[in-house]
Write a protein that binds this ligand. Structure first.
Ligand code: DX5
Ligand code: ZN
Length: 220
């Protein structure tokens, strides 16, 4: 069994102390930085854009996992590669030509991820799963941190795991939204490989200890 990974979501960081919070993640047991980019069109919120990601990349010393919640993401693939993104995730619901988008992400030297909204069935990925490095199952409706976890997610993880096994794909399963120490083990037991956690990490008193404990629970 491979190690389950923790990706703190910088959306929940203190932007007035961004460098401090990035260093906290650098010095913690976290595996990746999760970066949420929202355009106010695909989702009803605007987070931050390129200059902020540039500042994060300058200090971050771990894998940068960028989650684009934007329409027509093809416009910015090269930009996100230039800003230091290692894994670029686009939304299934935002891509008219998903296969072409995945090829373009890889051609730009990044790993290619696809995120699914809570209402989107796993089976829409049947024909592309072998081209996808990571599937991000949204366990909340995208747009905001701090929402409650949707329980139906466990079934989706199992369904996706079965699809990956059936197709012999080499795809990581990431869960994004409402992750905490209560649902982490059930998620990894169901087949999740990467857990994104925003509020649970950054709103806690001892952030490094929270990351360490979440990672322990996820791998127990
Ligand atoms: C939601 C974002 C998430 C969010 C998770 O649209 O994609 O990555 O930051 O935050 P929490 O862990 O607080 O639900
Ligand atoms: Zn996200």
């Amino acid at each position: 069994m491979s190690t389950k990974l923790i990706a703190p979501s910088v959306l929940a960081a203190d932007f007035g102390n961004l460098q401090r919070d990035v260093e906290m993640v650098n010095n913690s047991e976290a595996d990746w930085f999760h970066i949420d980019i929202m355009d106010g069109v695909f989702v009803p919120n605007i987070s931050f854009g390129m200059p902020v990601l540039k500042a994060i990349s300058k200090h971050a010393n771990k894998t940068i996992d960028t989650h684009l919640m934007i329409v027509d993401p093809d416009r910015y693939i090269q930009t996100f590669a230039d800003l230091g993104t290692d894994i670029l995730t686009v939304h299934y619901e935002a891509c008219t030509h998903l296969h072409r988008t995945l090829q373009a992400i890889k051609a730009a030297g990044m790993k290619a991820g696809v995120a699914l909204n809570p209402h989107t069935n796993i089976n829409v990925l049947e024909d592309t799963i072998n081209d996808i490095d990571l599937v991000c199952i949204m366990s909340v409706n995208p747009g905001f941190g701090g929402q409650s976890f949707i329980e139906n997610t466990y079934d989706k993880v199992k369904k996706l795991k079965a699809l990956i096994t059936e197709k012999g794909a080499n795809t990581l399963i990431e869960i994004d939204g409402g992750v905490n120490d209560k649902n982490a083990k059930k998620l990894t037991d169901a087949g999740a490989d990467v857990l994104v956690a925003g509020s649970f990490v950054f709103k806690s008193d001892d952030q490094k200890a929270t990351i360490s404990n979440l990672r322990k629970v996820a791998n127990s």
